[in-house]
Design a protein around this ligand. Sequence first.
Ligand SMILES: [Zn+2]
Length: 483
Amino acid sequence: MVIVRGSLHDHISLSLKGQRGFLLNSVVDPGEDTALAPDWDWQELEEEALDLLKRMLRVDTTNPPGNEALIIDEILEPLLRREGLEPVVLRKKEGRSNLVVRLSGDGSEAPLLLHGHVDVVAADPARWSHPPFDAVEAEGCIWGRGAIDMKQTVAMQITTLLALHRARVPLSRDLIVAVFADEEMGSALGSIWLAETHPELLRAEYALGEAGAYSVHFGGKRFYPIMVAEKGFVWLELTARGEPGHGSMPSRDNAVLRLARAADALGRRPLRFEATPPMKAFVGALADGLGGPKGAIVRSLLKPIPFRALGRALFPDARTADAFSAMLHDTAAPTMLGAGIKVNQIPSEASAHIDCRTLPGQTTQGLIDLVRRRVGSDIEIEVVAEGAPVHIDGSDPLLDAMKGAIASLDPGGIAVTNLISGFTDAKPLAALGARTYGFSPLVLPEGISFAAMFHGDDERIPVGGFRKGLRVFLELVREFCGE
Ligand SMILES: [Zn+2]
């Protein structure tokens, strides 16, 4: 149980002063706003969130097969019911549960949705320092697959909802928490299915999900990117045809060769450069944050020629350079090949799957035109799956509040908005009309890279960074949803 203490503000708490908006309250300030801001027992809330995180990390929800029901039905649903809440659990397939729970406000403002997924990608224990599903606490971190993608965010979201519920904080808008299955395999059994079949459960003015507000160390500064945009995807199957024949008498009319040339043409360099509005904002803020000559070099990355010339040299490693390049290009990556059944038989057909990613503003047809130009006219192109890019444009009170929250999370940190090259559950929620952001505040020390741990080995979360993140997350949600 959480005890709501008297009236002393914690040193990092954020207070309302007359009007809506974040003001950093850096000194102990007794007596102020006590009706609006419960004085949380942070120690107890943090322990509760850490305990929930560890319980979820100990469940192997590698997708496939996912088995998210082991968390949704056996941990989260009973936990919420014990507190008097009424979670809804829905599944398209046995074992693949999704959960939605709502805390009602007075309806004067539209809902805020917090969302996460509890499936994870595979982990090879041989490559890890600690077993990936034991939630070992060592070296100041909790280790486990899902520690940053993204069971930690789900633990924060659930703890936030429970804290507001127990303290009976009056809300001006509904607070919804949705926990999805199947994000790592494309969300067909999770957010996409739920948004199609039960949109009324998920409709919200704003949605906060993964991939945002963690520390990125760059050029001697700490940046906190809030995700405002994500690329789209277009998954293509290319087919080449040719004259079948015997392998002992090769001809140039060979489907395998034709397909190989097409795949090479696509993979040799990105399809198209564009400095889109979210990237201009992101790179501009990085440049401003760095200042001086470093800032000027970073700003030049918004032009294609300096990007190609400087890109590799500027970044600490090839992986970071590739990640940056992906944010500035429509891309195509050949990922699966198929042709032939016998070594001495030239097949009549060869096919390849291509993972194409589109920048905000690009359409599926525009992407196909680019691919067509690269591969020529004799390759068949079929769209297997697609998802539109997302870009949340302009400012709003929640974005301002998130920037304020980052200032309290790390007073020396710099909040920036950014674009991610992957995709998240934000896509179907944006399609329902929500302004979707990635916001999962976390302070990471310089030696721990978020990007490297995302689907990487030795995924882990610093306990101290998680505690701080929970505090600013709960205060952000309380202030944004509170009356
Ligand atoms: Zn994720």
